[in-house]
Design a protein around this ligand. Structure first.
Ligand SMILES: Cc1ncc(C[n+]2csc(CCOP(=O)(O)OP(=O)(O)O)c2C)c(N)n1
Ligand SMILES: [Mg+2]
Length: 344
């Protein structure tokens, strides 16, 4: 262990704050409802084609992390972090329009998953070859460090992704350069059909932090407050110029890899155990126990969320598909395409 105060200790310091809990439960429910419609309705109706990756069971990771962010911070969500886009400023209608490949959507109908971003909102799109996003997040963190305003970069990735070479390079570089970056690993225990025991030989991925000279922490990824608190600790360290943190958030992917996959390779017992740890039910219980919201208020919130999702889908479906002539413009690039012309 390098002399950096590296540790894998778990400390829980998050105070209960009613306004924060309200935001958490709202975004958890909005994300669950929107993704359920995408996976179980729009995809099954044939309105969405291709890979449909959702984050059922791991919504607390995106919500807990994104709600720690301040103006000027940046985020690199991964393919199951729908909530991060919403929390940082994408409209639900634009996100639905992207899934439905509408012509005016963020990717103008070229790509229909979460390969979207908006630099003005501080959201950088996923790079499809997994792991490649981490060195880019380090680059952004270098910029933030040079600006000296105490901002951080959050980067999300799965446990399968940690086996790739880029991840090693990024974590080593971030530690050496003391970059303000938080590496947030969603350990949903499967990389497509590969279980963790075939992915890595350590007991907890948290040991990877100290191995590079940064703190490593493992939290329950179904506990939104635990995730929030751990990211806050990493942020505080990064904002103070002390460098990066590695955070493992353990959960189970409560769906297939993509909507076509029934995940029959995941043992039934495992599914049942983790179903009892559902992140939304957990937070709901806390909110009811602490009398922050009543059961009636929660039901009203659920109604509002359903209406918001209905409205976003109606808005997106009313938008036209890209006109045929323009539909693949910029996909295969030659000297005549808009992208090349812009650079010449
Ligand atoms: C370098 C690379 N290899 C394979 C893929 C195909 N692929 C996309 S998602 C995925 C599973 C990744 O597992 P994990 O990192 O655990 O993330 P999860 O999907 O579980 O959130 C794979 C194999 C890819 N995009 N990039
Ligand atoms: Mg995984």
């Amino acid at each position: 262990m390098a002399g950096t105060g590296s540790s894998t200790k778990v400390v829980r310091t998050t105070k209960i704050d009613a306004a924060l809990l309200g935001k958490m439960i709202y975004y958890l429910k909005l994300t669950r409802e929107a993704e359920s419609r995408i996976e179980n309705v729009l995809y099954r109706q044939g309105k969405i084609v291709g890979g449909v990756y959702v984050g059922r069971g791991q919504e607390a990771i995106g919500v807990g992390a994104a709600l720690t962010m301040r103006a000027g911070d940046v985020t690199f969500p991964c393919h199951r972090d729908f909530s991060v886009f919403l929390i940082r400023g994408f409209t639900l209608a634009d996100m639905m329009a992207n899934w439905l490949a509408r012509g005016d959507s963020p990717t103008r109908g070229r790509e229909n998953t979460l390969h979207i971003g908006n630099v003005d909102l501080g959201i950088f799109p996923i790079i499809s070859p997994l792991g490649a996003t981490l060195p880019v997040a380090c680059g952004a963190a270098m910029v933030l460090k040079r600006r000296g305003k105490g901002n951080v970069a959050l980067v999300h990735f799965g446990e399968g992704t940690t086996s790739l070479g880029h991840v090693h390079e990024a974590m080593n570089f971030a530690a050496v350069q003391k970059l303000p970056v938080i590496f947030i690993c969603n350990n949903n225990q499967f990389a497509y059909s590969t279980p963790v025991e075939k992915q890595y030989a350590v007991e907890s991925l948290a040991v990877r932090g100290p191995a590079y000279g940064m703190p490593g922490e493992s939290v329950d990824g179904t506990d939104v407050l635990a995730v929030f608190g751990a990211v806050e600790r990493g942020n505080a360290r990064a904002r103070a110029g002390k460098g990066p943190t590695f955070l493992e958030c353990v959960t189970l992917r409560m769906t297939g890899h993509s909507a076509h996959d029934a995940a029959e390779y995941v043992p039934e017992k495992m599914k049942q155990t983790w179903a009892k740890k559902d992140p939304i039910q957990r937070l709901e219980k806390l909110i009811l126990d602490k009398k922050i919201l009543s059961r009636k208020q929660i039901e009203e919130l659920e109604g509002k969320v359903r209406e918001e999702v209905d409205a976003a889908i109606a808005d997106a479906e009313a938008r036209p598909l890209p006109p045929g002539k323009e539909a693949i413009e910029g996909v295969y690039c030659d000297t005549e395409c808009w992208w090349s012309k812009k650079r010449l």
